[in-house]
Design a protein around this ligand. Structure first.
Ligand SMILES: NC(=O)c1ccc[n+]([C@@H]2O[C@H](COP(=O)([O-])OP(=O)(O)OC[C@H]3O[C@@H](n4cnc5c(N)ncnc54)[C@H](O)[C@@H]3O)[C@@H](O)[C@H]2O)c1
Length: 252
């Protein structure tokens, strides 16, 4: 019997695939049988990701997602070369930590462009009738900072909150084609980026951050496993949701 979590025969775009959570999502999707279209900025690191994928038929597309005007063409190129899509996972993201008094419109614009508008544009073009198979799924990586107040993250949290709000509407609009749209909100995940950030914190701040997670800090695989679920038939009746994957942080 085929597992409901299988991604066999599916073609899935993964953004942010050159590192951290996106890279692990690409790897995990490939292990579940998907053909993965990896998008990121750094060609060399995308090639490293490709080298870690199971199976064949995968591809890498080096693209700066802040250039939202080119996303329609990028999606069209991928579909022309690899066929219609069954999944889209948006993990590309940037963070800028600063108190509200230091954040400028430029900061908001840059963060929104990558974290939010590129995901909206990808969802718009990828789910077009000619590009996306009935029954496909979209997963947007948000953050628990969209629902809790972590100081210094006003711009970032707004960019992620917008994903959660829009995903609900996209889910309602696309349900008639049996396309599902969900978010995952991770807590602190030990990606290379986060390990650097933790290393720069004072011992006291780092200890406080770690102690906030009843199950300890997360691993990229914790998010990737949730993504596999939301991209697979196992979640066929789940849409418009924000799945919090945070080791119990937000239940306290
Ligand atoms: N690590 C965490 O604790 C954590 C927690 C909550 C949410 N997230 C979210 O998870 C996602 C992945 O984060 P990560 O920790 O793996 O960070 P990361 O920096 O390792 O990965 C981010 C990825 O986004 C890509 N990216 C950034 N700007 C881009 C652009 N303009 N065009 C194309 N690609 C671009 C990078 O190349 C990289 O591959 C992000 O959206 C982040 O906001 C992370």
């Amino acid at each position: 019997m085929t597992s409901p979590f299988s991604l066999e025969g599916k073609t899935i775009i993964v953004t942010g695939a050159s590192s951290g959570i996106g890279r692990q999502c690409a790897i995990s999707c490939s292990h579940m049988g998907a053909k993965v279209m990896c998008i990121g900025r750094n060609e060399q690191r995308l090639q490293d990701t490709l080298a870690h994928l199971a199976g064949d038929g995968h591809a890498a597309y080096s693209y700066d997602l802040s250039q939202t005007h080119g996303i329609a063409g990028l999606v069209a190129d991928i579909v022309a070369a690899h066929g219609k899509l069954d999944g889209l996972l948006c993990a590309a993201g940037i963070e800028r930590t600063a108190p509200i008094k230091l954040l400028t419109v430029q900061d908001y614009a840059e963060i929104m462009q990558v974290n939010t508008f590129s995901a909206f544009e990808l969802a718009r073009h990828a789910t077009a009738m000619k590009h996306f198979n009935r029954g496909g799924a979209v997963v947007l990586i948000a953050s628990i900072t969209a629902t809790i107040a972590r100081t210094g993250t006003a711009a970032y949290s707004a960019s992620k909150g917008a994903l959660i709000s829009a995903a609900r509407v996209m889910a309602a609009e696309l349900a008639k084609r049996q396309i599902r749209v969900n978010c995952i909100s991770p807590g602190t995940i030990l990606t290379p980026l986060m390990q650097n950030a933790l290393a720069q914190m004072s011992d006291e701040d780092r200890a406080r951050r770690v102690a906030g997670f009843p199950l300890g800090l997360g691993e990229p695989a914790d998010v990737a496993n949730a993504a596999v679920y939301l991209l697979s038939e196992a979640s066929r009746w789940v849409t418009g949701q924000n799945l919090i994957v945070d080791g119990g942080f937000t239940i306290q």
